[in-house]
Design a protein around this ligand. Structure first.
Ligand code: ES4
Ligand code: ZN
Length: 320
């Protein structure tokens, strides 16, 4: 599975930091992060809201553009080991400079340089999606939207909200999404993971997104499944994340195969791989076990992902 070429569209940059990477930074800075690891050194959390807390604690040791450059390099080296040729990563000005545009530009330059260096060596291509954090509230989503609008271009290609889906409604964030759209950014939103079909419908109707982060609970509404298929809305499905966080009890119960077979454009990603003890090769292997997917299925999956990628056409033709 490792050698098959793979495209992933839903990867949180800090969420891809290996525990060892975070522990090394914490040791350098004399920060005590022992509370977020278990006895074997893995991230330890209890459920989604606690996951977000541990995630933010781990992120707290990433304090400078240099730290993000090191993180970007380390993440891309890990992706290369699993055959990933192209990835889109969620990055937040909330974590990179606290929403300040000048600071964000420095963080962005560091990530972009690290990514260009890896790409120049024949490694994976990386693009960024600016993410506001839903549980920080609609007011705090405005700064990331303005940072995104100001830095939209070859590397920042999209805008997509993460965080706690149970807080508020997509429509609370229309200002931020309108700002990003007007700057030419492509849009996605986390929906249909912790809330049901209405959350997906609201993301499409109220925010105008063309992709949905997760979206798997569309399966609870057959009319919505038909609509997603007809409209060509793309789902960034993260099955290992869903199983690890208990959205579904096991891989066999996951709806990805049913969604695909109903004509919905599904793609596969890892979300926050070390938190969920997964990699892209692991996702492919579990999909092969659970649903009998073959190399042909994975090639088709990657074509859908390449078509749905937010990059420009030159990059798309390089990954198709
Ligand atoms: C998330 Cl804000 C954030 N970070 C990482 N993973 C996530 N999943 C949902 N929101
Ligand atoms: Zn996510």
């Amino acid at each position: 599975m490792k050698s098959l070429p793979k495209i992933e569209l839903h990867l949180h940059l800090e969420g891809a930091a290996q525990p060892g990477f975070v522990r090394a930074l914490a040791a350098d800075k004399h920060v005590d992060l022992s509370g977020i690891f278990d006895e074997r050194g893995a991230y330890a959390y209890d459920g989604f809201v606690d996951f977000l807390r541990v995630y933010e604690a781990a992120t707290s040791v990433l304090e400078s553009p240099e730290d993000y450059a090191r993180l970007t390099t380390s993440v891309l080296e890990g992706l290369a080991e699993h055959g990933v040729i192209y990835a889109e990563t969620f990055v937040s000005p909330d974590f990179c400079g606290g929403g300040d545009l000048a600071a964000w530009r420095d963080y962005l330059a560091a990530m972009q340089e690290a990514s260009a260096a890896i790409e120049a060596q024949g490694g994976p291509i990386l693009k960024g999606i600016v993410t506001p954090i839903r549980h920080f509230g609609p007011e705090r989503a405005k700064a990331p939207a303005m940072c995104a609008a100001e830095t939209a271009g070859d590397w920042i290609v999209g805008f997509g909200m993460g965080g706690d889906e149970n807080r508020g409604h997509p429509r609370d964030f229309t200002w931020a999404f309108d700002c990003a759209r007007e700057a030419g950014l492509r849009l996605t939103n986390h929906a249909g993971e912790w809330r049901g079909p209405s959350s997906i419908r609201e993301s499409i109707e109220d925010l105008g997104v063309e992709r949905i982060g997760h979206g798997v609970r569309a399966i609870e509404d057959p009319a919505l499944v038909d609509y997603l298929a007809a409209a060509g809305i793309v789902l960034e499905v993260c099955p290992g994340s869903n199983v690890a966080l208990g959205v579904y009890p096991d891989w066999n119960a996951h709806p990805i195969a049913k969604l695909r077979d109903a004509g919905v454009k599904v793609t596969v990603s890892t979300d926050d791989p070390p938190f969920f003890h997964t990699t892209m090769s692991h996702e492919y292997a579990r999909l092969a076990d659970a649903f009998g997917w073959t190399e042909e299925d994975f090639a088709a999956l990657n074509r859908v992902a390449a078509e749905a990628a937010f990059c420009d056409e030159t990059t798309r033709s390089a990954i198709l």
